[in-house]
Ligand binder design. Structure first.
Ligand SMILES: O=C(O)CCC(=O)C(=O)O
Length: 194
């Protein structure tokens, strides 16, 4: 079923929060200056090297063990105040956010349909530098595609039904984009695992 260009906020799945202007332009500029100095690496998922490049804190996908390996490293300073404010938007204690992923999407880079690893619970995304179209559709069965415009400096939160019952993707971006994904760990081994 073709996606309407963008879906009205009322049609968004339960558990999805979107707020534009989470960051000011000054904050975005400062973050970008730091992000541009990071050593991005390839995202290797089961031998498939994605076009997007990433830097992970608190663990990442290990192509050797084919698992999301969680580590105890702390989030870097430049992400701490963002994490605290993101937690306030999501209505949760900041300490629960122990994982961060900074992703670089060069022009023409997509992220395919997926649901995040069941080792994680709440998923928060902050968009930097350019707009992207986030698409959501049911994880199982048929259902229409819901499209949300992710503006630079915006934040989205996925928890509850949208987190577990939907998958998401972003079509190839038209301009360089960065995102910061913050995640909490699932409290117990999740039977909703794919
Ligand atoms: O860039 C984004 O906002 C989405 C990132 C994402 O879905 C992921 O890393 O699993």
């Amino acid at each position: 079923m073709p996606a309407k260009r963008f879906t009205s906020p009322a049609e968004r799945p339960e558990g999805f929060i979107y707020e534009p202007n989470f960051l000011s332009e000054i904050e975005e500029g400062k973050l970008l200056r730091t992000i541009e100095t990071l050593e991005f690496g390839a995202y290797d998922f089961r031998g498939y090297i994605a076009k997007r490049r990433v830097v992970a804190y608190g663990g990442g996908y290990d192509s050797g063990t084919r698992r999301m390996e969680i580590t105890a490293d702390v989030l870097p300073d430049f992400l701490c105040s963002i994490r605290d404010r993101a937690a306030a938007v999501a209505g949760m204690p900041a300490e629960e956010i122990t994982h961060a992923l900074v992703t670089e999407y060069s022009v023409g880079t997509p992220i395919g349909w997926h649901r995040d690893s069941p080792q994680f619970e709440t998923v928060i995304g902050i968009s930097l530098r350019s707009t992207a179209r986030l698409r959501l559709k049911p994880y199982q069965g048929e259902g229409k595609i819901i499209s949300v415009m992710l503006e630079p400096r915006s934040i989205y939160v996925m928890r509850g039904p949208v987190r577990w019952n939907f998958q998401h993707s972003i079509p190839a971006v038209k301009e360089l984009r960065y995102s910061i994904t913050l995640r909490t760990l699932a409290k117990k081994r999740n039977s909703r695992a794919a």
